[in-house]
Design a protein around this ligand. Structure first.
Ligand code: SF4
Length: 700
């Protein structure tokens, strides 16, 4: 019998709804969900082809596997044996070297229930905070930016604000390719209202830049200067909101002093752009009734990622354009459940429900809630720190879940060396093609999208339910079940006994009571009927609008005022030199996702761009006698990459661009962009400086 199901796309953080049809043979097809408030039936190329990744199980890890030494081949074992060994090794390491000798590295693609359990297990029971997520690589600067300005990691806007805005500033993001359905809504809004203005600030002329009214091709790393220049003009031209500044914010005077340190001409010179562009952008923003800013990795993935975030959010604060229809700073989430992961405490410096490790009352609340004692207040290792600690021997065991750090982490050669040194590596994944598999001592095969139920939260705080549609192949198990098996083997079974995913969600939702992200009113019964944005308390104590936050201009900071920060733009990224004179940028392409373990097996998606490439400006290429499509070597301090050159004026002179998706060797090329990326991180958010590395390019 043909059956219909509802779910959510598992790629980007837009969170589009899908309707799945399952045929009698178990194969599925899908379409966009016309009733879904996010996508209204639309899907992008990745979402449209999601079912192929489920129907094609040829690459799947099907059984638990194990080996006693890395020189031996992996051998199929039972679940009991794999879990027993993993628990025995973890117990012995914890006994000998303490709880900080082990770590979990998880993913923004995990479901909220799984994410919650991993955190509960590490922070409540193992006794360290060594759990971090690949969301550290994409969102952590935005998390800090929101916390420092609004008092909480809470996206203040919703997608419906798109249609209510009249100026959209996109900075360090290419939503036309990376958040396509959100961008379709922007395009439709523009088509219906030709007077609305789109400003795109990016060193590359992306598809988003092409669609914009004003493209600002600034020098990489100069975003803070650009934002401060806009801030200066908004103040000079009387576009600030003095009532908001006076009554609802702190920090304006220091901010004003900072942005007036440089003239607009000086700012323009630093950013490598014409002053007219800054003047025009400031005028549009100042005159806008609805001003939305949108950003992603160009701001976040930087050694000054937090400052970049603060400088952009400042523009909404000094103009009072927040908490009002069509207004606000909107961090576009990269992964489908990066938001859900942050809610449950997925970063090594947080506790569940946005509680802080640095707050003794928060620690006491979670100890009481989980029935444990001694939650550590010491932040655990961040993503990059985990691999550094493996390398130094401080971290002995790592459990990698649903992520492929050998392709996605910066300075990937260092990650590879660290994994070689690790005493014990557990890989919990769906694909044999995950590069980590060859370093695994134990493989735990997981159920994938549509093979288990659970929830995710999208970029506008919208929680949605994902139905189980098909049985997982082989002996694959849902991640939540794997965690509970392990916890039971460790002796904590009483605390990890759940009858269903719904029970896990209910426990998590209960932990949010009394917090700013209270979602205690959300449960599976409701989610099976509709998607819901938090906050959504069970006792209806939240009287505001849960789609758009801060309409009352009361913020989550201790004095309830938004905090404006005076930030400097100095960029301490790796400096270019005579040996490495070009700045390397990395990023995504339209039809691939992360490290291609899923999208790479879909022919239709590979038709868009089927192999890695290096974008280089024709004048930089001419200097090096490089012609279009010739194979080149890209060299940097940490490694090299061999790819075909693509000559294009869409990159600035002095910069080049590599997509981040491809792994170590593709068709005899060393295509892994992260061979070259810098190991610098933002000092506060610990987010890597993926978009700034010094390299040289030469003909192969
Ligand atoms: Fe999926 Fe994102 Fe495309 Fe929507 S925009 S279909 S969530 S990849």
């Amino acid at each position: 019998m043909v059956k219909k199901y509802k779910s959510t796309c598992s790629y980007c953080g837009v969170g589009c709804g899908v309707e799945i049809t399952k045929a009698p043979d178990g194969k599925i097809t899908l379409t966009g969900d016309k009733d879904h408030p996010v996508n209204r039936g639309m899907l992008c190329s990745k979402g449209m082809n999601l079912h192929y990744t489920v129907n094609d199980t040829s690459d799947r890890l099907l059984y638990p596997e194990m080996r006693m030494h890395r020189s031996m081949p992996l051998q199929r074992v039972s679940w009991n044996k794999a879990i027993e060994r993993t628990a025995a090794v973890f117990k012995s390491l914890i006994e000998k070297h303490g709880p900080e000798s082990v770590g979990f590295y998880v993913s923004g693609q995990c479901l909220t229930e799984e994410y919650y359990l991993w955190n509960k297990l590490m922070k409540g029971f193992i006794g360290s905070n060594n759990i971090d997520t690949n969301s550290r690589l994409c969102m952590s600067s935005a998390v800090v930016g929101y916390k420092k300005t609004l008092g909480e990691d809470s996206v203040p806007v919703c997608y419906d604000d798109i249609e209510l805005s009249d100026v959209i500033l996109v900075e360090g993001a290419n939503p036309a390719w990376c958040h396509p359905i959100l961008w379709r809504r922007v395009e439709a809004h523009k088509a219906a209202n030709p007077n609305i203005k789109i400003i795109c600030v990016d060193p590359r002329e992306t598809q988003t830049a092409t669609n914009s009214d004003l493209f600002v091709p600034l020098i990489p790393g100069t975003d803070v200067y650009f934002n401060n220049a806009i801030g200066r003009l908004l103040i000079e031209n009387g576009f600030t909101d003095s009532k908001f500044i006076e009554n609802h914010s702190d920090g304006f005077d220091a901010y004003k002093e900072k942005v007036f340190e440089k003239s607009i001409k000086e700012y323009a010179e630093i950013c490598g752009i014409e002053t007219e562009k800054i003047i025009e952008a400031a005028k549009w923003i100042g005159e806008a009734k609805g001003f939305l800013s949108m950003w992603t990795m160009g701001l976040n993935q930087s050694v000054i990622g937090v400052n970049k975030n603060l400088s952009l959010i400042n523009l909404s604060l000094i103009t009072g354009k927040i908490g009002k229809p069509g207004n606000g700073p909107f961090s576009l989430t990269g992964q489908p459940n990066a938001m859900g992961g942050r809610e449950v405490g997925g970063l090594s410096n947080m506790l569940a429900s946005h509680r802080e490790l640095s707050n003794p009352a928060h620690i006491a609340e979670m100890e009481d809630f989980w029935g444990v004692a001694g939650i550590s207040n010491k932040p655990g290792l961040s993503a990059t720190e985990m691999f550094e600690a493996l390398d130094s021997g401080k971290l002995k065991a790592i459990w990698i879940i649903c992520t492929n750090p050998l392709v996605s982490m910066p300075d990937a050669n260092k990650v590879e060396a660290a994994l070689k040194k690790a005493k014990f590596v557990v890989v919990q994944d769906i694909s044999q093609n995950a590069d980590t598999v060859k370093f695994a001592d134990v493989i735990l095969p997981a159920a994938g999208w549509a093979e288990k139920e659970g929830t995710m939260t999208n970029a506008e705080r919208r929680v949605s339910y994902l139905e189980k549609v098909v049985d997982a192949p082989g002996e694959c198990l849902p991640d939540a079940e794997i965690i509970c098996k392990f916890a039971t083997q460790m002796g904590w079974g009483n605390h990890f006994k759940y009858n269903s995913s719904s029970d896990i969600y209910d426990e998590y939702a209960k932990s949010t009571i009394g917090t700013n992200i209270d979602c205690s009113g959300i449960n599976y019964e409701l989610l099976k009927k509709e998607t819901i944005q938090w906050p959504y308390p069970a006792d209806k104590t939240f009287s505001g609008n849960n789609s758009r936050l801060f309409e009352d201009q009361i913020f989550y900071t201790p004095n309830q005022k938004a905090q404006i920060h005076a930030v400097d733009g100095k960029n301490p990224s790796e400096q270019v030199s005579e040996k490495y004179p070009l700045v390397l940028l990395t990023g995504r392409i339209r039809d691939q996702w992360h490290t291609r373990t899923k999208t790479g097996k879909v022919n239709k998606l590979n038709q868009h761009i089927d192999s890695p490439f290096l974008e280089i400006h024709p004048e930089d290429a001419l200097l090096r006698k490089i012609k279009d499509q010739q194979v080149v070597m890209v060299n940097g301090k940490r490694g090299e990459v061999k790819v075909k050159a693509k000559l294009t004026e869409t990159v600035r002179r002095g910069t080049c661009f590599l997509p981040m998706h491809w792994g170590k060797i593709v068709n005899n090329s060393f295509a892994r962009a992260n061979n070259l990326t810098s190991d610098l991180v933002d000092p506060i958010s610990k987010e890597p400086d993926f978009k700034y590395a010094a390299v040289e390019v030469s003909l192969y």
